[in-house]
Design a protein around this ligand. Structure first.
Ligand SMILES: C[S@@+](CC[C@H](N)C(=O)[O-])C[C@H]1O[C@@H](n2cnc3c(N)ncnc32)[C@H](O)[C@@H]1O
Length: 301
């Protein structure tokens, strides 16, 4: 698990470094106990993200920015507007501000190695007759993860491009989905994990921005899905990536999500979780498949 994923590990000092110097943030940023409790109940109810005791600093730094952009003077005023529900879309902005969107191309590399061999070759063999492949990348953040999968497929399994493929990438955050759909990345983002050969092959440079080529963008359908709610209709999936998001939920929510995945995953499909996540003690219908450096999950037969 990366530092940024563990919000507990974000020190007060670090999280405040993003704020503009010279402004009176001490006054604006402080959150009262009752406002903190209101915000954490709202976030829990709407996204299932758990903000534990002691996370006031996180609310102060992240919500402080929403206070500014929405024209309030204090977090107290923002919470008052939330309570009255008087401000369109404010709830979503607060929830988006409190999600952690840390991601990178080919993050943790090993799951992508497993995907390349043996997962995709096995799927190519077992679906040879139907030539259908369904992939879901849940919690796709700004798009690096689904685009990594798309590049891997294009580069190593061109035969799959002729198949009937549903490739869905989803996130709770509309802001992140807009970023996914735009397929635009900064120099810093493409420097993280993306092989130079893929940058040259699959991206175009426009000023300071790298845009992923349309042939990649067109492979993926981006959709808003809140994992903590009942899932919308999705076709049965051969591969599900659900990485680095279960860590934000409580045990009951993790169990509920895995239970929903169980009915969506093909009986011989593959589930990829983050390095710090597992189905152990949550859902006994999954078993871990161990490979050299990493693993993934399949339904027990
Ligand atoms: C740390 S990022 C992980 C991104 C990517 N899967 C990876 O491993 O690099 C977590 C993502 O989960 C999303 N998220 C948080 N709560 C969610 C929920 N209830 N439903 C769907 N997505 C959620 C956040 O918006 C964020 O983009």
């Amino acid at each position: 698990m990366s530092k940024a994923d563990r919000t507990t590990s974000v020190s007060k000092q670090t999280s405040c470094q993003t704020l503009t110097p010279g402004k009176h943030y001490d006054k604006i940023m402080s959150v009262s106990e009752s406002d903190f409790n209101y915000i954490r109940e709202l976030v829990l109810e709407r996204s299932a993200i758990v903000l534990e005791d002691g996370k006031q600093y996180l609310v102060e730094s992240r919500i402080g920015q929403v206070v500014e952009t929405e024209g309030f003077d204090t977090i107290g005023q923002l919470v008052e507007a939330l309570r009255k529900n008087s401000h369109n879309g404010l709830q979503s902005k607060v929830i988006e501000a409190l999600t952690t969107n840390e991601t990178s191309f080919f993050r943790d590399i090993h799951p992508f190695e497993i995907l390349k061999d043996p997962v995709l070759p096995e799927i190519l063999k077992s679906r040879e007759n139907t030539k259908k492949l369904n992939i879901w990348c849940a919690a796709s953040s700004s798009g690096q993860e689904p685009y990594s999968i798309a590049m891997l497929i294009r580069d190593h399994f061109p035969a799959l491009l002729g198949w009937k493929t549903h490739f869905i990438a989803s996130d709770i955050s509309e802001k992140m989905l807009e970023r996914c759909r735009s397929g635009k990345f900064s120099q810093l983002e493409v420097n993280r994990g993306l092989p130079a050969a893929f940058l040259v092959k699959y991206f175009e440079k426009n000023g300071a921005t790298w845009s992923i080529k349309n042939q990649l963008r067109e492979m993926i359908h981006f959709q808003q899905i809140n994992l903590s709610m009942e899932l919308p209709y999705l076709p049965k999936m051969d591969i599900i990536f659900l990485r680095n998001v279960l860590i934000y939920f409580d045990i009951e929510t993790k169990k509920r999500i895995l239970n929903q995945l169980r009915s969506i995953l093909q009986p011989d499909g593959y589930l990829f979780l983050g390095a710090a996540e597992s189905t152990i003690n949550l859902d006994s219908s999954f078993e871990r498949m161990n490979y050299k450096h990493s693993g993934c999950y399949r339904l027990k037969r």
